[in-house]
Design a protein around this ligand. Sequence first.
Ligand SMILES: [Zn+2]
Length: 530
Amino acid sequence: MHQVLIGPTIGAPEGQEMVGRVQALSQSASAAQSFFIPEIVSLGEAKVMAFIAAEPGLEKHSLYLRDALRQGEHVLSPESEQVLSLMATALSASQSARDILANAEIDWPSITLSDGTEALINNAGYGLYRQAAKRADRIAVFDAFWGTWKQFESTLGATLNGEVQANVATATARGYENTLAYFLSGDNLPTQVYRTLVEVTNDRIDVLHRYFELRARMLDVDDLGYHDIYPPLVETDVSFSIEATREAVMESVKVLGSDYSGTFAAASKERWMHVYPQPGKRSGAYMSGAAYDVHPLVLLNHQDDYNSASTYAHEWGHAMHQLLTNENQPYELADFSIFTTEIVAIANELLLQEYMLAGARSEDERLYYLGYALEQMRGTFYRQVMFSEFELAIHEAVERGEALTGSRMTQIYGEILKRYHGHDAGVMEITDREMIEWAYIPHFYYNFYVYQYATSIAGAAYFVDRLNSGSKAARETYIKFLEAGGSDYPLEILRAAGLDMTSRAPYDAVIDRMDAVMDQIEMILENREG
Ligand SMILES: [Zn+2]
């Protein structure tokens, strides 16, 4: 994850107070600057462009000024802007209601697993026990978990409908062509990126079905169900200390050239990381590049397993992106978008996967890394495209004036879920039980966010393929992309690096990669059976 949020740490009052002061300062600074964009817009394009042409000092501000003009087309009259800002809290009430219900008010059931464990099937319990080795346990977990969500279908339908209605109303008020265009406009991305992503994924849905068939074979079941998705295909005891992780990542990034790997070697030796979990520390992992003239900072919660090693590669991918950007861009152009930097971070994860795979000492170890890669592509690519398709479908339904209820959402989600999992093709049976899954996904309140998981792994797969060709030009182009930081819109920066995110190429690259991983797994399985 990449984020620049500063959050208070539990149990550190001094830190909380400093964060409070920074937040107050930042709020008054942005209030004091609020006149700025409307004034730029009121000057008009011709005048602003003439200023930029005449004054070399404006060069590093040019992107910001052009962006203000572009977004200015959707700025309303002062009265209308005031109405929208007065409505802001009311428009987010649906999400707040959903969060409270899902995280605090639902009374989750407990079940007894086959080994006698009393398992509370809340969100955390679901995440844990859905991986159970015994199938009867997984089925019981799914029955309990989805059965509970189903009781709130109408309420959660009303909250999600409220969210979608607010989005559509805002996009319409601001004069956007549609809600998708509105939410992609922040990064100046054409909706074609989103539509091509969904189209290619559907054209090649058979590759996902191939994965499920392989999973059925490896789990040895002939009636694969939705409750069979999560148990790991291969277990491993490979362990990654933080030192071993750093060594492995250092080797894996050699494909990026000696400048990059030298910078990484030096930077990762500095005390820029907080590595291990500790009481009061926030969970997850992220990189903060907010202090432009200092250095990036990395937060991890390293647990000595491969997933932690992969996270290390990911966050250092962000940190290296920030370092190279800061060396080459002024402060004004150093703030790259999530759309580009997630590609960079996942590319480093893929490089680590390839390095580990090449050095694996046993077939089991090879199978482990291949299984990890496969599951990452299912979860980060196909599943996120499926969510993206649903998110678009419910917004388009409201744009057409259709009524959206919880049961209608279940119907829409169920159709998509069946298509992705090959229900009609006999690959996996999808039942009414899991068609309520939409109610469980908080991301549907994040305003067209999830598609970026899919575009990120697709872009990463594309670049890693190029880098693997060993060509010096491919390497130099990639490093230039990292150095470009936030000097242009993401689509243009990527285009300059040879990647067109409106074309099929990146989405084909990640799907081809998934196919190739399955070829390798099947070869190992056939050797064993043969
Ligand atoms: Zn990230």
